[in-house]
Design a protein around this ligand. Structure first.
Ligand SMILES: C[S@@+](CC[C@H](N)C(=O)[O-])C[C@H]1O[C@@H](n2cnc3c(N)ncnc32)[C@H](O)[C@@H]1O
Length: 232
């Protein structure tokens, strides 16, 4: 199967192969090692939601940054907590994730966005939906789960997916194998400029001792049409 091909499923989720150029995501490694991992993750967040935990701080930040009725890509959307919140706020939301079990949960718990199964390094967005986005949200350590060989291609796709004046907001723990300097070098090579750095999703200042990075990225070069990653 062409890894970029997509086909509708009965859930309305679009299915695609989850490996980009043979470079498998660390999330896919984890689910291969433990077939219960995805369902455990879904139930963990369902339990947190049932307990009243605040699970959408990342989405609230992006909503505050967005014009009303914006186009928003939730990159690595998982079970849809952010995508669903942003949809209910009136935005046109596309959620991409490589884990079909998480997207089944997203369709069940947070319907409304267009959910697409695929690797961020290779996925094609549905032709009938937005191809450019005012905001891209990449929360929940997604960048640290990418195969390191796809980090730069995925960031380049973010650059290509941004609408004029659009911004990408990414957040990840700095002790998870992706150093700030490496991330910023990858972002620059991918055509993204770091406009702001924060240490939390509620915008606490970033410092040299921060353990978490929330970076706001803009396109530093003219946007080009997104291309599939040449990750092989
Ligand atoms: C810890 S979860 C975070 C999910 C969601 N962003 C959130 O904050 O709730 C990490 C997610 O990254 C996704 N992911 C990892 N590598 C990916 C890739 N190469 N392409 C698409 N999604 C990926 C996983 O499937 C998983 O849903």
């Amino acid at each position: 199967m062409d890894p970029r091909s997509i086909a509708p499923t009965s859930l309305g989720v679009r299915a695609a192969a989850a490996v980009a150029g043979g470079l498998r995501s660390r999330w896919a490694d984890a689910t291969a090692a433990n077939p219960d991992h995805s369902r455990w993750y879904v139930e963990r967040f369902r339990a947190l939601a049932a307990s009243g935990a605040d699970l959408v701080g990342e989405a609230r930040l992006v909503d505050a940054m967005a014009p009303r009725g914006a186009t928003i890509l939730d990159a690595g959307c998982g079970p849809g907590r952010h995508a669903g919140h942003l949809h209910r706020a009136g935005h046109t939301v596309v959620g991409v994730d490589l884990d079909p079990i998480l997207l089944e949960a997203a369709e069940a718990d947070d319907p409304g966005p267009t959910y697409v199964v695929g690797d961020l390094a290779a996925v094609e967005l549905p032709a009938e939906g937005p191809q450019r986005f005012d905001l891209i949200l990449c929360a929940g350590n997604v960048l640290t789960f990418l195969h390191p060989g796809t980090r730069r291609p995925v960031l380049a796709r973010f650059a290509g997916w941004l609408a004029e004046g659009g911004r990408a907001v990414v957040g990840f723990g700095l002790a998870r194998g992706y150093a700030q300097a490496d991330f910023e070098a990858d972002a620059a090579a991918a055509g993204l400029a770091v406009e702001q750095r924060w240490s939390t999703w509620d915008l606490r200042p970033f410092s040299a001792s921060s353990e978490f990075l929330v970076a706001v990225l803009t396109a530093s070069a003219p946007a080009t049409a997104p291309a599939g990653a040449d990750a092989g």
